[in-house]
Design a protein around this ligand. Structure first.
Ligand SMILES: Cc1cc2nc3c(=O)[nH]c(=O)nc-3n(C[C@H](O)[C@H](O)[C@H](O)COP(=O)(O)OP(=O)(O)OC[C@H]3O[C@@H](n4cnc5c(N)ncnc54)[C@H](O)[C@@H]3O)c2cc1C
Length: 393
């Protein structure tokens, strides 16, 4: 199998397919594949897949568990989602440094016997071969798995970036923040700052925080030419407690701008390859589901390939197993994102005055906790029921 892309989706596929005895080669454009960005939340469903891969405990040793997502606009609490609304002892989210996630997956893929062919900029695929930017071609594979992320050249390009993205930085944990929460502060929906504990890197015991600041895509150039102090004043005005984090930011280049885009292919199976992760479906990270979805895709694809000898049937099964959950979460993300990142005063008003009060009344808390935990649509139950049915045949 050829896997194009050495991100979460590609590495998870590699580990799972190697465990099923398949030969796997991963191609990535970077000379030494590495994670881009700061940190992310692994939701309970994603953690269950990590456990199935055998990496759950390694990630728990590095990550920071959180029990809630909490956000305020002025004096109003407008986001307060607690995992324990799903029941006492319900699984928590685990926030991880992307570097820690990547190192853990990368080492596991190598240890499992995956071959990693780096410095390969993929441009196209046809007939089981990948074409690279230097004009060369790969050997021929039974299957090409597209795990090239949001801008995969093997997938349909997103029509446009979402209006808002965000500046991200990984910093040393400092300040009066709740170490077991994702905390956010808003001004309507046009300003948002967030702080997330992300645990530590494998070779460094220092606890880290991800800090992010929502920014319109078309204001990026203006932000770069603005003085850093003027921007810090804007952040301090919204959330004075961020001062110890801001003190660690010495130049614009300490922050990375992440552009977001929304795209869902109707089917993950095309004539030449099968898509997983962001190459199939990407969206804003407002609901914190992208990596979880990538892990679920990899798990479903490996199960389908294991249980079906016929490749076309296996790929059709993979699509069927994941489609419903993906559509549900892509729709939820599409609906929720403007309430947190947009210029709309009306959306912010509805969020603060209608949705937030309703969310505090039953069944609001468990419904929202289920959404955040990745459980809407019972994605794992569907996979496990199918796998059980297959082994019973
Ligand atoms: C700022 C931000 C915050 C996020 N927060 C969360 C969160 O809290 N929780 C969560 O679950 N998800 C979150 N996500 C989403 C999550 O990061 C993605 O959904 C996930 O990383 C997708 O994994 P992937 O493997 O499909 O793609 P990627 O991680 O993008 O990996 C793609 C790989 O392909 C390689 N590549 C790309 N193009 C080429 C090419 N042409 N040739 C060769 N190689 C190529 C890249 O080098 C990379 O290694 C966040 C995303 C962003 C941007």
């Amino acid at each position: 199998m050829a896997i194009a892309g050495c991100g979460v989706a590609g590495l998870a596929c590699a580990i799972l397919l190697r465990a099923r005895g398949l030969r796997v080669v991963i191609f990535d454009r970077l000379e030494r594949p590495a994670p881009i960005g700061s940190g992310l939340i692994l939701q309970p469903v994603g953690l269950r897949v990590l456990d199935a891969i055998g990496l759950g405990d390694s990630m728990r040793a590095l990550g920071a568990p959180i029990d809630r997502l909490y956000g305020k606009s002025g004096r109003h609490v407008v986001l307060d989602v607690r995992y324990d609304a799903l029941g006492k002892g319900a699984p928590l989210g685990l926030c991880v440094h992307r570097g820690a996630l990547f190192e853990t997956f990368y080492s596991a893929a190598l240890a499992a016997g995956a071959v990693i062919d780096s410095g390969r900029n993929v441009t196209a695929t046809s007939g089981g071969r990948l074409t690279f930017a230097d004009g060369r071609e790969s050997a021929c594979f039974d299957l090409v798995i597209d795990a090239l992320g949001m801008r995969s050249p093997l997938s349909r390009q997103p029509e446009a970036n979402l209006a808002f993205g965000a500046l991200w930085a990984s910093l040393d944990w400092a300040g009066p923040f709740d170490p077991r929460a994702l905390e956010q502060r808003y001004e309507a929906a046009r300003k948002m700052a967030g702080v997330l504990p992300i645990g530590r890197l494998p070779a460094d015991p220092t606890p880290k925080a991800a800090f992010f600041w929502s920014l319109r895509h078309d204001r990026c150039a203006a932000w770069v030419s603005q003085s850093l102090e003027a921007w810090k004043d804007e952040v301090r005005a919204l959330w004075p407690a961020t001062e110890p984090l801001l003190a660690q930011i010495a130049s614009h280049s300490d922050l990375v701008f992440a552009a977001y885009a929304h795209r869902t292919l109707r089917s993950p199976v095309s004539r030449h390859c099968v898509h997983v992760g962001d190459a199939w479906h990407c969206t804003s990270p407002q609901l914190g589901q992208g990596a979880n979805m990538a892990l679920l895709d990899a798990y479903a694809l490996a199960l389908a390939l294991e249980r079906q000898d016929d490749l076309a049937l296996a790929l059709a099964e993979y699509a069927r197993l994941r489609l419903w959950h993906i559509r549900l979460y892509q729709a939820a993300s599409w609906a929720f994102t403007p309430a947190y990142q947009s210029d709309s005063l009306a959306m912010a008003w509805v969020r603060d005055r209608v949705v937030a009060p309703l969310a505090r009344v039953w069944p609001g808390p468990p419904v929202l906790a289920g959404l955040v935990a990745g459980q809407w649509g019972w994605p794992l139950a569907a996979l496990q029921a199918w796998a059980k049915g297959q082994s019973g045949q």
